[in-house]
Every structure is written in C-alpha cells, then in structure tokens.
Design a protein around this ligand. Structure first.
Ligand code: 5RP
Length: 260
C-alpha cells in the first residue's frame, strides 16, 4: 500500500467492514459497484480467506466481478442464484426515508435488478452522502442508444411538469464518445438540484420508451450503514426504526489494502 488512506476512504472502509458483519455463511449476496462497494468486496474476501465464510456473490458490474474473483469470492450470475438473501451496495445520495440516487458509476440497471431480487438491501456510505432532499447529485437515466437524442428531448419535456429545481440533461461521455454501460446503453445525467417527488419522477421517467431505468431507488433500501473517518459507524434500519452506533478500530491491513 502506498501512503495512508484518505479520510473519505477510511469512512467508506469502516462502513463496508461493519456491513460485512451482516453476511453469513450460505448466503447469496448481491455485490454493488463503486469505491465503497469495492471495500465491501475486499472485506468479504478477507472473511472467506481467514474465517472460512462460504458465500456466493452476484456482482452488479464487470468491474465488481473482476475484483470479487481476485479476492477469492465465488461468483455466480443472478440467473444462477435466482433470488438473493442480501445485497450490499454504495449510493450517491440517501435521504431520511432511505430513498437513493445511484448510478454515478454507471451500473444502476444491474444494481437495481440485483437489489430488487434480494430479501434485503443494505447501503454503505460515508456521511457526506446523506441529504435532506435528493437531487444535488445528477440523476442518471439509462437509455438505449437507438434514438437517444429523441429520448433526451422527451425527458427534458416531462421535466417541465415535474417538481424539480433544475432541468439540464447531459449525455454522459467517456472521452469524446458517449459512455457505454455493461448493458450497452448510454446514460443521460439530469441536473435537477432538488427532487420534490422522487416516486412520481421515477415512474414518469420509466414510461418513456427509450428509457431503460433511472437511478432513483425508492422502497428498496432497508438499512444504511454510515461510516465516519474516525471509525464511528451508524446503522439505521428503516423497517425496525432503530439506530445503532459503534466504533471500529482502524488498523491498516496490508493484505486487504494490497491493490490500493
Ligand atoms: C454505481 C453506484 C455507486 O454505488 C455510487 O456511485 C457510489 O459510488 P462510491 O461508493 O464510489 O461513492 O451507484 O453505479
């Protein structure tokens, strides 16, 4: 490992480490995508190697699949698993009802399919991801490449009648070409600043024919595990209405951090 982890990475790491405690042998586990989810995958790899944890992981992207195999997790497809006990994933924003914006890493479609096919979804996040109202983070909308400009125009038109503050829609780029998802689609990012009615917006967006899915996750997340850079971790359970706090010792583990 080169140098110490940044405060934000420490926060992500402790959230992931705490969430890994919810994973039990025999479970089929959805593995999210992004930097926080990558910590989770590494923590699970460590538990497999050192504690004999036996799980089957269903990755939500090719990136996560690669990392999961690298750290020694057994990887299966969602079709092989059919249904999952638990999915653990990061988020770009979460609110007090545990509604989420996801898709900053471009994997929202597989992430939503996997989370929805799970008994339980746990979000892991650093404290900066908590917001009073969703929308500060641009909302990703996955669209099929065919006729994407017409789809974008329709999205912009429906935004006029939605309770949002901004209305700018931009095609996500990868260099000078549109970004391509694992499902060979594109992503349009909606710069809304504030989303007054996430449920309504999600339903209306998904009615546009070229839209495959959007990054609003409503009534999907059950728990959020919030990490802080000093090792404090808070677990909020929306179904139980409980909040628990703990303190994790932060010991930099050469084995866990070897690919950083
Ligand atoms: C990927 C996602 C990620 O969970 C989200 O972007 C958070 O990423 P990170 O943990 O790197 O902050 O939705 O599509």
């Amino acid at each position: 490992m080169s140098g110490e982890l940044s405060p934000i990475d420490k926060a992500k790491f402790v959230a992931a480490r705490q969430a890994a405690e919810f994973v039990e042998s025999g479970m089929r586990v959805g593995l999210g995508t992004g930097s926080t989810a990558a910590w989770l995958v590494r923590c699970l790899g460590e538990k497999v190697r050192e504690e004999g944890l036996r799980i089957k992981g269903v990755p939500t992207s090719t990136r996560t699949a690669e990392l999961a195999r690298d750290v020694g997790l057994e990887v299966i497809s969602l079709d092989e698993a059919k249904w999952l006990d638990l999915t653990i994933d990061g988020a770009d924003e979460f609110d007090t009802e545990l509604s989420l914006i996801k898709g900053g890493g471009g994997a929202l479609l597989q992430e939503k399919i996997v989370a929805t096919a799970s008994d339980q979804m746990i979000v892991i996040a650093d404290a900066a991801k908590e917001v009073r109202m969703l929308g500060g983070f641009p909302l990703p909308v996955e669209v099929i490449p065919f006729g994407w400009q017409s789809t974008q125009a329709l999205v912009e038109e429906i935004l006029i009648s939605m309770d949002v503050m901004g209305r700018q829609a931009t095609m996500r780029m990868n260099g000078d070409r549109p970004f391509v998802t694992d499902e060979a689609n594109h992503i349009i990012d909606l710069h809304l600043s504030r989303i007054g009615n996430p449920r309504q917006l999600s339903m209306v967006l998904n009615q546009i024919p070229g839209v495959v899915e959007n990054g609003l996750f409503i009534d999907i997340c059950d728990k959020v595990v919030i990490g802080h850079s000093d090792g404090r971790v808070e677990v909020r359970d929306i179904n139980e209405g409980t909040v628990t706090e703990s303190q994790l010792d932060f010991v930099e583990d050469e084995n866990l951090f070897r690919d950083i």
